[in-house]
Design a protein around this ligand. Sequence first.
Ligand code: SF4
Length: 357
Amino acid sequence: MIPLVLPAQAEPGVPYVTRLGRDAGVRNQAQLIEESVNSAIFAGDHGLVEIEGVPANDLDGDVVLVDPDAGRVERLFRSGSNHNTLLVTERCDQLCVMCSQPPKKTHVDRFALLEQACRLADESALIGISGGEPTLYKNELFELIENVLRNRPDLRFHVLSNAQHFTDDDIDRLRQPLWGKVAWGIPLYAADPKLHDEIVGKSGAADALEAGLARLIMAGARIELRTVVVQQNVAILSTLARFVSTNLQPIEQWSIMQLEHIGFARGRWAQLYWDHGQDFSSISEAVDLAELRGIPVRLFNFPRCTVPAAYRELVVPSISDWKRQYAQACDSCTQKAECSGFFAWHPETAMGGLIPL
Ligand code: SF4
């Protein structure tokens, strides 16, 4: 696993954002002045910062948030990675049964720092935004995105949201051309509102989501629907496919996702996990139906060799590079480069029996 938070000693002061690099005289960049096998010292506008745990080469070009009081740096953007996501809040108004990052009651406002970081991102980068629920701080979120894109029109955003906090007033704003650089990843777990509400742990969630999706569609927003497969919805996936293809035609993509063994799902694995390697039929039925009706489908978090050959081209290497692991058998696989393997926290006992491609 690639560490995203590293111990560090910095000169006393408030948290700040900087890019790290070897070259001198680069604006907003702290320059490498000393390095050892497993640490590096940089000098920048805020003084010295010594970062431990990785060699300097690994940090070259990263954009980090330095927190002197906490004695740590957070690697907000790892240079060259396509998997950089900013966590804007840990608060959420849902309590999904499989939540990979259980919400907290408190919120630490870091929008100003995150905006600075975005302005320093690699050219043409795709920046993920997640939570918690980012739109609980909708005004701050909108301002961050608009400010960044006015300054850096080469960037793009992908925001994970439950889409329940948009109002009619947002429609005109989201119609502006700048918002064409923003895609929304929105979870929908069942066509039946009662079941969707049960899975997300919030009464009325499905109705609010339907209203939010309607507003996004009216605004011409780019929408990716996301459905995590669990035992509770696997049998009704084809009903959901029919619902999506009938009511939500303007979406760009429907992502069907395998479960992540972390957060709430870790303790509820036996009640939630659907072993698609044993039975892929409900997933294939849903995929066939959606595609037949013109909905592009992708499969996230599925090891390629565990998916029937006819559906393998839909598998996306969706697991972020920093949290992937591979089984020993993967070493001989010809498709390892196109496969994201398993989450780093996937139970080893569930990684056996692979037949490499
Ligand atoms: S053997 Fe490993 S790398 Fe190859 S498809 Fe399976 S999980 Fe992916």
